[in-house]
Design a protein around this ligand. Structure first.
Ligand code: PHE
Length: 450
C-alpha cells in the first residue's frame, strides 16, 4: 500500500491544522454573527462553547483520526464499530456542502483583492455599499471567482500534504496575525470607534434570545472545523508523539484570538462610518474599505498596500481552510472507492463548483433559488453550521465516551503512557456527559421543546 504522508514537525502540525481552523469563519462569519446577535454577550457564549465543547470535541476527532491513520469514513469505522463510519460519511457530506458556499465568499475576497490592486475601492461609504451590491448581483462574475477559487484549491490538493500546505502556512499565518493587529489599531483610532469597542466588550445579556445559543455553538464548531471529520482527516497525518490535548488547546485559543481580533477590526470601524453591525454577510466587505481609506487618509499609499496585503492574506487563510475541506472528500474517494487520487480530486471539485454556482446566484442574480424560505446559500450555511456540525460532534462524543474501549482512548490521549497528564478523567467526563448533553439541550432549546 502507498505510504501516507505525515506532517514534518510539531510546528507544522499546529500551523496546518490551525490553517484549517482559521479562515473566513473567523474573519467573515464571526463578525457578522456577533453583529446579528447583539455583540459581547454572543462572544461570551461563543467562548464558553469553544472551551467546554470545542476542545474536548477536537480531541475526540484527533483520537479517531490518529488511531486509524486513514480517511474519515474508514477512521470512524476502525475504532471498534463498523457502523460508526456513517459519522465519517456525514462529515464528508458536510464539508462538501461547506466548501460549496464557502468558495462563494472566498471568491468575493478574490474580487476585492483585484479591486484593491486596481484602486476601485476608493469612494465614500455609499459608493462602497453600491460596489458590493452591483458586484454580488452580477450573474457571472461572482460565480467565476467562486469556481476559480475551487480550482485553486484543487491545484494545491493535487500537490499533496507536505509540499502544498505546510510551507506556505509557516510564513503566511504569522503575517496574517500581524496585519490584523495593524488594522485593529487603525480601526480603533477612527472617530467614534469607542461605541464599537463597547459593543464588543460590554455584554448585554438581556438581548440574548433562544436562538443565540445554537448560533454560538454553530459558529464555534464552524470556526474550529469541528464535526466535519476534517480534524480527523488531518489527525490521520499526525505523528504518534503529537500531544493531542495541547494541540487542540493551542489551536482553539489561537482561533478564538483571531476571531476576536477580527471583531475588533470590524466593529469600531462599522460604528465609526455608520454601517449597521447587523448588516449580515456583507459586513466586512462594506466596512473594511472604509478603514483602508479613512484610517490612512494622510498616507494613502500605506492604505493601498495594507488593503492589498489584507485581501491577499484573507484569500490565503480561506485557501488553507478549503484545502482541508477538499482533502476530506479526496482522501475518501481515493482510499475507499479506490479511484486514482487525480480522479478523486476532480469529483470533489466538480460537485463543489456546482453547489457554489447555485449558492452564488441565490444571493445575487437569482434570489428565487430558495430552500425552506432561505436563499440557497443561507440554507447551506444553516444546515451545516447549526445542524450537521453539532450532529457530527454529538455522535463522535457518544462514540468515544460510551462505545470505544477506554483503553484505546487513553492510549491515544497520553500517547501510550509516554505523556504525564492529569486531564484524562476530566476529558472522559466531558465527552461522556457534558458535550452530548449540552449539544442536546441547545438543540431542544432552539426548537422550543424545552
Ligand atoms: N474553520 C474554517 C474557518 O473558520 C471553516 C471550515 C469548516 C473548515 C469546516 C473545514 C471544515 O474558516
Amino acid at each position: 500500500m502507498e505510504k501516507r504522508g505525515t506532517f514534518g514537525s510539531k510546528l507544522a502540525i499546529i500551523l496546518t491544522t490551525a490553517g484549517s481552523a482559521v479562515g473566513l469563519g473567523n474573519i467573515w462569519r464571526f463578525p457578522f454573527m456577533t453583529g446579528q446577535n447583539g455583540g459581547a454577550a454572543f462572544i461570551v457564549i461563543y467562548l464558553g462553547c469553544v472551551l467546554i465543547l470545542g476542545i474536548p470535541g477536537m480531541i475526540s476527532e484527533f483520537i479517531v483520526g490518529r488511531h486509524s491513520q486513514s480517511n474519515a469514513a474508514r477512521a470512524y469505522g476502525n475504532v471498534g464499530f463498523r457502523k460508526a463510519r456513517y459519522i465519517g460519511y456525514l462529515g464528508i457530506l458536510t464539508s462538501t456542502i461547506i466548501l460549496g458556499f464557502y468558495a462563494v465568499v472566498a471568491g468575493w475576497c478574490l474580487q476585492y483583492l483585484f479591486a484593491s490592486i486596481a484602486g476601485q475601492l476608493n469612494g465614500d461609504t455609499n459608493y462602497i455599499l453600491e460596489y458590493f451590491k452591483t458586484f454580488s448581483s452580477d450573474p457571472i462574475r461572482p460565480c467565476l471567482w467562486a469556481v476559480g477559487f475551487i480550482f485553486i484549491t484543487h491545484f494545491v490538493v493535487t500537490q499533496g500534504v507536505e509540499k502544498g500546505i505546510e510551507r506556505a502556512s509557516k510564513l503566511l499565518m504569522p503575517l496574517l496575525l500581524l496585519i490584523l493587529v495593524v488594522l485593529v489599531i487603525a480601526s480603533c483610532l477612527l472617530p467614534g470607534a469607542s461605541r464599537g469597542i463597547e459593543f464588543l466588550l460590554k455584554p448585554d445579556f438581556s438581548k440574548v434570545s433562544s436562538g443565540v445559543f445554537l448560533e454560538a455553538l454553530g459558529q464555534a464548531f464552524f470556526s474550529l472545523s469541528l464535526g466535519t471529520a476534517c480534524l480527523c482527516t488531518y489527525a490521520s497525518y499526525f505523528k504518534k508523539d503529537t500531544n493531542l490535548l495541547k494541540s487542540a488547546t493551542q489551536i482553539a485559543l489561537l482561533d478564538s484570538f483571531i476571531a476576536i481580533l477580527a471583531g475588533l477590526m470590524i466593529f469600531p470601524a462599522a460604528f465609526s462610518v455608520g454601517v449597521q453591525p447587523d448588516s449580515g454577510p456583507s459586513l466586512i466587505f462594506i466596512t473594511l474599505p472604509n478603514v483602508f481609506r479613512q484610517a490612512f487618509e494622510s498616507m494613502p499609499i500605506v492604505g493601498f498596500v495594507i488593503s492589498i496585503l489584507f485581501y491577499a492574506l484573507l484569500v490565503f487563510a480561506a485557501l488553507t481552510s478549503t484545502i482541508s475541506m477538499h482533502e476530506i472528500g479526496t482522501a475518501f474517494f481515493h482510499e475507499e472507492l479506490r479511484l486514482p487520487r487525480n480522479k478523486a480530486t476532480w469529483i470533489l471539485t466538480l460537485v463543489c463548483s456546482f453547489i457554489a454556482i447555485f449558492c452564488s446566484l441565490s444571493v445575487g442574480a437569482n434570489p428565487n433559488l430558495q430552500l425552506f424560505g432561505m436563499p440557497l446559500m443561507d440554507f447551506c450555511d444553516f444546515i451545516t453550521a447549526q445542524i450537521m456540525l453539532p450532529a457530527g460532534a454529538f455522535f463522535t462524543s457518544i462514540l468515544i465516551g460510551w462505545m470505544v474501549e477506554q483503553q484505546l482512548v487513553k492510549q491515544e490521549f497520553d500517547n501510550g503512557g509516554t505523556l504525564k497528564t492529569n486531564f484524562f478523567h476530566a476529558y472522559m467526563f466531558s465527552v461522556k456527559y457534558i458535550v452530548p448533553l449540552c449539544i442536546l439541550l441547545i438543540f431542544l432549546h432552539q426548537f422550543h421543546i424545552i
